[in-house]
Design a binder for this molecule. Structure first.
Ligand code: NOJ
Length: 541
């Protein structure tokens, strides 16, 4: 029998925004439990929860202060145990977010390290400053220096993200043992696996200065994809993971096919998220600048990974990305068709598909969000930095941030119906404002519309769940372009052709193959022309 993570569709829950059961403005674990039947009906078989651990929430839970406790905003450990039980009843598995590159500075380990407790001295990367400057010139992923000065000293701690996310030191055996304890604790609770946050950055080989002329991302060559990272992951596998039926999916920025292949073949990870395709509409060198979307870039980046690595986690959205229909679809004229096209693409690639909450109803970015309304730390830090460096007005800086960086677009409360707060709760407040479009785009409305995006997702997920070709078949390259795109999936003696028209024009389609339509976003029976944003899965006879 194939492993569950290779057969099932995975759904990402952003707990703060999924469903608020007690009307305090924050989504919670009981809210998730109340929607398990919805998720079952959608057809997903694994839920990945963004972090629910105790955290001051400076980076929305990606800054953990206690790995063994549940954030009271989300509920209690009892609620969590109950979630596992209720999910299991419905044959749904739970995956946790494992954030182990850094901890919050509110974590006891960090507090002890700063106090000078010898046991915790080397848990973090703490160095003397150079004169009154940071130990080196590395950048934070959220812009600015990657070092934070420790009060009343000339020492700094490394923090590749925000000023309260201190990087752990994986040269220290005790850190490895701590993490192994955490993994074991959650697996023993019945968690199925882990999504590993920025996992290919955990091992810092050296702390040298990077080329000072580099504009952004200084330092990455000393900590991304290092040999030490492979060794740490192998330790986790051998010491703990190999004793369970489990899996790891890594978040791995800047990964080459060669490194990705090694990660899988050497059993460090079971699959990973890569980032090449997300530059189909923005600059890779300076991601703050938006480019005109190129379907050819998107599809060929996806094809490349399909062909070059043994297994992959496929996604178009997550809590760090803007909504995919805004980015790759056509909101103005072909909203419904293009959202369905993206669903077809995601669910018919080789690998495990990840759907992000709200993607299944075609959620869109906010029309307007000011910096005061913004919660996302990365958006706020980038706003301040670009204003200073590019010497631009607040308005211009906000526009740039909102077009490419502001992660709150995807973090808005889930739109469930057209009541107040979009049915996210029945209270007066929400931690982040509700998207302006909740009356037009919401679950209840789409459930009642046979032609809705939600019902299309259900149909394609069901199709995938029942199709060995889509789950296990080989990928065969066809064509990537700004209009007609196609590829094949083949398993045993069956072959499917997936055809996508990424353009607002009707296009000619000539194929010498004898094909039969299995599923599509248009009701048609003549394929000489493909309608705008047509997407279909055909059987090759
Ligand atoms: C990647 C996570 O997805 C993102 O939300 C977070 O800000 C950074 N890692 C830091 O943990």
């Amino acid at each position: 029998m194939a492993k569950a993570f290779k057969e099932r569709v995975i759904y990402q829950i952003y707990p703060a925004s999924f469903k608020d059961s007690n009307n305090d403005g924050w989504g919670d674990i009981n809210g998730i439990i109340s929607k398990l039947d919805y998720l079952k009906d959608l057809g997903v078989g694994i839920l990945w929860l963004s972090p629910v651990y105790e955290s001051p929430m400076d980076d929305m839970g990606y800054d953990i202060s206690n790995y063994y406790k549940i954030n009271p905003r989300f509920g209690t450990m009892e609620d969590f145990d109950n979630l596992i039980v209720e999910a299991k009843k419905r044959d749904i598995l739970i995956v946790m977010d494992l954030v182990i590159n850094h901890t919050s500075t509110k974590c006891e380990w960090f507090k002890e390290a700063i106090k000078g407790n010898p046991k915790y001295q080397d848990y973090y990367i703490i160095k003397e400053g150079k004169g009154n400057k940071a130990p080196n010139n590395w950048d934070s992923a959220f812009t600015g220096s990657a070092w934070e000065k420790i009060e009343n000293s000339n020492k700094y701690f490394l923090r590749l993200f925000c000023d309260t996310q201190a990087d752990l030191n994986y040269h220290n055996e005790n850190v490895i043992l701590e993490v192994e304890g955490i993994i074991k604790f959650w697996l023993d609770k019945g968690v199925y696996g882990f999504r590993c946050d920025v996992i290919n950055s955990i091992y810092k080989t050296s702390l040298e200065n990077d080329n000072p002329l580099k504009l952004y991302n200084k330092g990455t060559k000393f900590y991304q994809n290092q040999e030490g990272m492979f060794n740490v992951l192998k330790r986790f596998r051998n010491d703990v993971l190999s004793h369970y039926d489990t899996f790891l999916v890594g978040e791995t920025g800047a990964i080459t096919p060669k490194i990705g292949t090694r990660l899988i073949n050497e059993n460090c990870l079971d699959m990973f998220f890569e980032f090449d395709h997300i530059y189909a509409d923005k600059s890779k060198i300076l991601p703050i600048f938006r480019h005109k979307f190129s379907a050819k870039k998107l599809v060929s980046a996806l094809f490349k990974r399909q062909l070059e690595v043994p297994y992959i986690a496929n996604y178009l959205e997550n809590h760090d990305q803007l909504r995919s229909v805004n980015r790759y679809g056509n909101v103005d004229k072909y909203y419904n068709e293009s959202a369905k096209l993206l669903a077809t693409l995601l669910l018919s690639l080789k690998g495990t598909p990840f759907i992000y909450q709200g993607e299944e109803i075609g959620s869109l970015n906010y029309k307007e969000i000011s910096i005061n309304e913004t919660n996302d730390i990365a958006a706020k830090m980038t706003f301040t930095t670009i204003k200073k460096i590019l010497r631009i007005s607040d308005k211009k800086a906000r526009k740039l941030v909102n077009e490419t960086i502001n992660r709150d677009h995807a973090r808005a409360p889930m739109q469930r119906n057209s009541n107040q707060n979009g049915g996210f709760n029945d209270g007066n407040i929400t931690w982040l404002k509700v998207n302006e479009l909740y009356k037009e785009i919401n679950v209840a409305k789409e459930e009642n519309d046979e032609n809705s995006i939600l019902n299309f997702y259900k149909k394609v997920i069901k199709f995938r769940n029942e199709s060995d070709v889509l789950k296990f078949g080989d990928f065969l390259e066809g064509k990537a372009s700004n209009s007609l795109n196609y590829f094949y999936r083949r398993y045993k003696n069956k072959c499917y052709m997936i055809v996508l028209n990424f353009s607002p024009k009707k296009i000619k389609f000539n194929t010498p193959l004898d094909i039969k339509l299995l599923i599509s976003n248009y009701k048609i029976n003549d394929f000489k022309y493909l309608d705008p944003y047509f997407a279909g899965i055909f059987e090759v006879l």
